[in-house]
Design a protein around this ligand. Structure first.
Ligand SMILES: CC(C)(COP(=O)(O)OP(=O)(O)OC[C@H]1O[C@@H](n2cnc3c(N)ncnc32)[C@H](O)[C@@H]1OP(=O)(O)O)[C@@H](O)C(=O)NCCC(=O)NCCS
Length: 174
């Protein structure tokens, strides 16, 4: 584990979604549908699919180590006050789940927090993560906050570059 995490924050009021309209369009043209877990139905089957996708994508996070068991995942990520299925964006290729971007509600602390963004390896490099995060940006407003935070291992250069592209800047918090 590193002790030099890269802490990033986005000022949502300065976010210009029109810069990423092309990414949303490219997804649509490729038959990739963006939706949320709330709209898919936040039931046991959907939670299991979310877990499997999160686990698969997390294997590529530097130093991530062993992923949660399903029960641990439910305990740490779902059965917690910050969880809201409206903040979980899913990218679908037909019935296949190919990407997720999960943001949780930390309004009591004044921000939303992007817990995980992941795209299955075969789908990477097509702008799907930028499209998912743009699609899900309204969640911050639902939480009544104007900041989204995220944190990365310094070796996760792809994810850091992706967030900087969206306008995330270095931030510091304890
Ligand atoms: C990080 C990840 C979500 C990016 O998904 P993606 O759909 O391939 O990303 P996009 O195609 O939308 O790329 C967005 C931008 O990110 C940057 N980027 C993405 N992958 C990159 C890489 N491997 N190296 C450098 N920059 C990269 C680029 O700036 C890119 O924009 P550009 O193509 O216009 O230059 C994906 O690689 C992944 O699932 N990784 C494993 C899980 C993970 O580490 N998640 C982050 C921790 S929460």
């Amino acid at each position: 584990m590193t002790d030099h995490w890269v802490k990033l924050e986005l000022d949502v009021t300065a976010f210009d979604a029109s810069r990423f309209e092309g990414h949303l369009e490219r997804c649509r043209d490729a038959g990739i549908r963006l939706t949320t877990l709330a709209d898919l139905g936040d039931g046991p089957r959907q939670r299991r699919a979310l877990y499997e996708l999160n686990k698969e994508c997390s294997a590529d996070i530097p130093d991530r180590g062993a992923f949660y068991t399903f029960d641990e995942y439910l305990a740490h990520r779902i059965d917690v006050p910050s969880y809201d299925p409206r903040g979980v964006v899913i990218a679908l290729d037909g019935d296949d789940w190919c990407g997720l971007s999960a943001t949780s509600d930390w309004r009591s602390h004044g921000f939303a927090f992007n817990e995980m963004t992941g795209v299955r390896a075969a789908y990477r490099g097509r702008g799907i993560s930028l499209a998912m995060k743009t699609f899900g940006m309204g969640f911050a407003g639902l939480c009544g906050v104007d900041r989204v935070r995220t944190i990365h291992h310094p070796a996760n250069t792809g994810a850091i570059a992706m967030n900087r592209r969206l306008g995330y800047a270095d931030a510091d918090w304890d």
